[in-house]
Design a protein around this ligand. Structure first.
Ligand SMILES: NC(=O)C1=CN([C@@H]2O[C@H](COP(=O)(O)OP(=O)(O)OC[C@H]3O[C@@H](n4cnc5c(N)ncnc54)[C@H](OP(=O)(O)O)[C@@H]3O)[C@@H](O)[C@H]2O)C=CC1
Ligand SMILES: O=C1O[C@H](COP(=O)(O)O)[C@@H](O)[C@H](O)[C@H]1O
Length: 514
């Protein structure tokens, strides 16, 4: 049984308006790809609708190998924005104004001549009244970031005497520790660190930022936020989406690099970090890096014990048949790429010694949901008659990142009646109920920050390298181990059965998805 009590703000609070972007032209490398249509263009369109981007001196120049005219690009982006689940209310009138600022120019990133042609395109936009500030957005698979950075450097586009130039680099930043170090070196040969924005869009999510407010804006939780009271932490990022049209990207990436090496490690660090001395970019990043440094690097034996990989087979999502990963367009029929991963991290520091952080992420799971569950220790004794040890559940705080953003606390309460029987109840805070309105989605926040020159919510170079120090030993050990028998979970399920063996000792099994 479970009763829900609502938590609302103690006074009414409206969501304040967002600031205005600086004028600029955004060049998107990878504009024919999934991220551009699903997240970037809907976010930019929304920013235009709410007046953060003014029509004048704002342009987007998209590029990719796919041959398309600007009109075809505009049409494809319109289709995407009008059906985007992230976008605010779509209106044809607003779109007609917005699409005038979209341009497309096909080309191959590996071709030196492409960058000179790109420079000409930018000059043309400027001649027509566009801004001389340039924001380069690298939205391709990681292996293409170095040629882009070099190409921009060689043709002089990384320096700009007439305005500012910034570069946004999508995650994953490199594919292992060595390539991340090399990419950091290459980027810094061409750009100043202050102009480099390594993006991890989880940091732009309101509920992810709220982890810090929840922990450090309340005196209630911090005293118990440690190994003395917490038994384990369970972090889930589950998606119903499959690989979509992204096989080229996903085959070289896999779930560990795609989600765990960045988004989920961000959730781990924000949950585990010490209080920063101030809420500024460097103080927060400093504490996050300390957590990354304390996460235990696994030996190959520990990789066997503490990780599980999976790949989805055919199944049903929302009642519809979907193919297995190996049957998806562009995927090799014997692909070894993992679409699911579960890992047990250990943080070797004073606060967290002995507390496992169980982390899992997968595609084509039963439901799309991202959440952090803090499992507290059980009471030492079952005091109440009619209530067995097993019936008294340990307290759990659930931080719901998406959907239905909010926080739930479970605790025991007396069941009404003559008997002294304890039952679990829940206290629930929901963003939507409490604040109403529509909070900005992550890419709106982060694109706006990049256009305004605010790096607070972006990843520092050493942070990215420290993430790979944890992930690379896992990737290396997997390469040496026999490939698991893939596929090992059905689309629409909770993931491979083996994942439960990882968590069995502390939690019995993973919380059900959905
Ligand atoms: N999709 C998502 O939901 C999210 C993605 N990301 C990140 O965004 C980035 C892009 O991902 P996504 O859009 O999904 O990947 P896609 O595979 O969908 O897109 C890759 C893009 O790169 C372009 N490309 C590949 N090779 C070349 C080349 N030689 N020259 C020019 N362009 C090339 C492709 O263009 P073409 O096919 O025309 O050659 C395409 O536009 C990744 O770093 C990913 O981690 C981050 C958050 C969410
Ligand atoms: O970075 C990525 O994130 C998305 C999931 O983002 P979300 O905001 O919808 O949780 C994931 O689908 C994609 O594979 C990955 O590249």
């Amino acid at each position: 049984m479970s009763t829900v009590v609502q938590a609302t703000p103690t006074r009414s609070i409206a969501i304040p308006p967002m600031p205005k972007a600086e004028p600029c032209t955004i060049v998107i490398f990878g504009a024919s790809g999934d991220l551009t249509k699903r997240k970037l263009i809907p976010a930019l369109y929304d920013l235009a609708c709410i007046g953060c981007i003014s029509g004048q001196q704002f342009d987007v120049l998209g590029t990719g190998r796919t041959e398309m005219t600007t009109d075809e690009f505009r049409k494809a982006m319109r289709d995407a924005a009008s059906t985007s689940k992230d976008a605010r209310k779509f209106s044809d009138w607003n779109w007609e104004e917005f699409e005038k600022r979209l341009h497309y120019f096909p080309g191959d990133i590996n071709n030196d001549g492409f960058y000179h042609a790109l420079k000409d395109q930018l000059s043309e936009i400027e001649k027509n009244g566009g801004s001389s500030n340039h924001l380069f957005y690298v939205s391709t698979q990681a292996s293409l970031a170095p040629p882009i950075v070099q190409g921009l450097g060689k043709c002089g586009l990384s320096k700009n005497e007439k305005g500012w130039t910034r570069i946004v680099l999508e995650k994953p930043f490199g594919r292992d520790l060595e390539s991340a170090k090399a990419l950091n070196r290459e980027v810094l040969q061409v750009f100043d660190e202050k102009d480099v924005y390594r993006i991890d869009h989880y940091l732009g999510k309101e509920t992810v930022q709220n982890i810090l407010v929840f922990r450090f804006g309340n005196s209630l939780f911090e005293p118990i936020w440690n190994r003395n009271y917490i038994n384990s932490v369970e972090i889930t990022a589950a998606e119903t989406l499959g690989v979509e049209q992204r096989a080229a990207f996903y085959e070289e990436t896999g779930a560990l690099r795609d989600m765990v090496a960045n988004h989920l490690l961000q959730l781990v660090t924000l949950t585990a970090m010490e209080p920063p001395v101030a809420f500024d970019a460097d103080s927060v990043r400093e504490q996050k890096v300390q957590v990354l440094r304390a996460i235990h690097h696994m030996t190959p034996e520990q990789v066997c014990e503490r990780t599980v990989r999976g790949q989805y087979g055919p199944g049903k999502i929302n009642g519809k048949d979907v193919p297995g990963y190996r049957e998806e367009p562009g995927v090799k029929p014997d692909s070894r790429t993992e679409t699911y991963v579960a890992v047990e991290f250990r943080i070797d520091n004073w606060r967290w010694a002995g507390v496992p952080f169980y982390v899992r992420s997968g595609k084509r799971l039963a439901k799309s949901e991202t959440e952090i569950k803090i499992h507290f220790k059980r009471t030492p004794q079952a005091l109440f008659a009619k209530t067995s040890d097993d019936d008294i559940e340990a307290n759990v705080i659930t931080l719901r990142v998406q959907p239905n953003e909010g926080i739930t606390m479970s605790f025991a309460a007396k069941q009404p009646g003559a008997q002294m029987k304890a039952v679990p109840v829940k206290m629930d805070f929901s963003y939507q109920t409490a604040f109403g309105g529509q909070a900005p989605v992550a890419y709106e926040t982060l694109l706006l920050d990049a256009m305004r020159g605010d790096p607070t919510l972006f990843t520092r170079g050493d942070e990215a390298e420290n993430q790979w120090r944890i992930i690379t030993p896992i990737e290396d050990a997997w390469l040496q181990l026999p490939v698991p028998k893939f596929p090992n979970y059905a689309a629409g399920s909770d993931g491979p059965e083996e994942a439960n063996t990882l968590i069995a000792e502390e939690c019995k099994k993973w919380s059900p998805i959905g």
